[in-house]
Ligand binder design. Structure first.
Ligand code: WQD
Length: 342
């Protein structure tokens, strides 16, 4: 009998790609999403890719009755992978109350509902942002430093909440996965990143310039203490990230005892903004115009992972390079110039 896994935020970018990987590894997948930052179309694309349509519940994490009804309708949930949450750094600075209420309260209601239904295995979508101004490469054992924005604080605090849950009740099984910069798309070109409005992140913005939806890339500063002066990040293919979740889940379900484990999911390499623009230009076959703008407040010069722990313990490491990430991102964007259209 296939094990049932609940994916909150499963119609989103990382969530939908992880759903494909889980189905292809024989799991029975249920999605809960409030569609506040995604559409229903990814369900059709998941079905076209895997031949299986995951069961879908439109529900907000904060809706106690709705979450209870979901767990009653899906009695066999073995584990939850929790992606659902607001995630735009800049927006979180403008709307801190919405970010704390949505991300923190949503997680509290999810955990209370899980506990009420006897499910205490959770994988949390955390972020490298919790490392703050630690020196790179970031290692899981580093002291977390203050976040530079409410979005980052919500990731920071939810890690603490889940850790305290296990401390109080060691039957809670907790995995904190710290992502770096997820980019790319499913190789079929049927699924990819489809942010609403003006993209906050670099790659979707570059892809929209490449496909003619936007005029030029705005490079936020070229006076950083880096090789070419532009910000360096650890970009990881979303399919590598999805595979990392399956590896983490399988390791977690195989352990004799519950615990709290932290893993970086990154490549261990830094790539600059200008290097990304050049790689994407190679992928799409034409120049991508850009201008140099002032630095974006809150940005760090460099961020990348020490990815050793996930390799040694989970047996997982990123496989795809920047060229493949850009090629798959371009394949998605060029076949879906307006993103998902319901
Ligand atoms: C990458 C680089 C920018 C846009 C954030 C969150 C992280 C995760 C991913 C959600 C930086 C530069 C960007 C642009 C640019 N959040 N840039 N022009 O800030 O590293 O990470 O998003 O999943 O938790 O912190 O990602 O893509 O915004 O920026 O020059 O139009 O690109 O300065 O150097 P970031 P990003």
């Amino acid at each position: 009998m296939a094990q049932t896994i609940l994916i909150t935020g499963g119609t989103g970018f990382i969530g939908s790609h992880t759903v494909v990987e889980l189905i292809e590894h024989g799991y029975d997948v249920v999605i809960a999403d409030n569609l506040s930052n995604s559409k229903l179309e990814p369900l059709n694309r998941i079905e076209r890719i895997t031949g299986t349509r995951p069961r879908f519940h439109e529900v907000d994490m904060r809706d106690r009755d709705g979450m209870n009804a979901l767990f009653e309708a899906e009695p066999g949930i073995q584990a939850v992978i929790h992606f659902a949450g607001l995630k735009a750094v800049g927006e979180s600075v403008e709307k801190p109350l919405e970010y704390y209420e949505n991300n923190i309260n949503g997680t509290l209601v999810l955990c209370e509902t899980m506990r009420a239904h006897g499910c205490k295995t959770i994988i949390f979508s955390s972020s490298a942002t919790v490392y703050g101004e630690n020196p790179v490469p970031y290692v899981e054992t580093m002291q977390k430093l203050p976040a530079s924005n409410p979005y980052g604080w919500t990731k920071w605090m939810i890690e603490e909440i889940l850790t305290d849950l296990h401390t109080a009740d060691p039957t809670w099984n907790v995995m904190l996965l710290r992502y770096f910069n997820p980019i790319g798309a499913h190789p079929s070109g049927l699924m990819g990143e489809d942010p609403r409005g003006i993209p906050n992140n670099l790659l979707p913005y570059v892809a929209q310039v490449a496909v003619g939806r936007r005029e030029c890339v705005h490079v936020f500063g070229n006076d950083y203490p880096t090789a070419d002066g532009t910000g360096e990040r650890d970009y990881i293919h979303v399919m590598d990230l999805a595979a990392g979740h399956v590896a983490a889940l399988e390791w977690m379900l195989a352990q004799p005892e519950p615990s709290v484990e932290i893993f970086n999911l990154g490549t261990g390499k830094g790539t600059s903004v200008l290097e990304i623009i050049r790689a994407f230009s190679d992928a799409c076959g034409h120049e991508i115009p850009y201008v140099i703008d002032p630095r974006r407040p809150g940005d760090l010069p460099a961020s990348w992972a020490d990815a050793t722990r996930a390799k040694e313990i989970l047996g997982w490491e990123a496989k795809y390079d920047i060229a493949q990430m850009c090629a798959d991102s371009w394949n998605w964007q060029s076949h879906n110039p307006e993103g998902y259209t319901d």
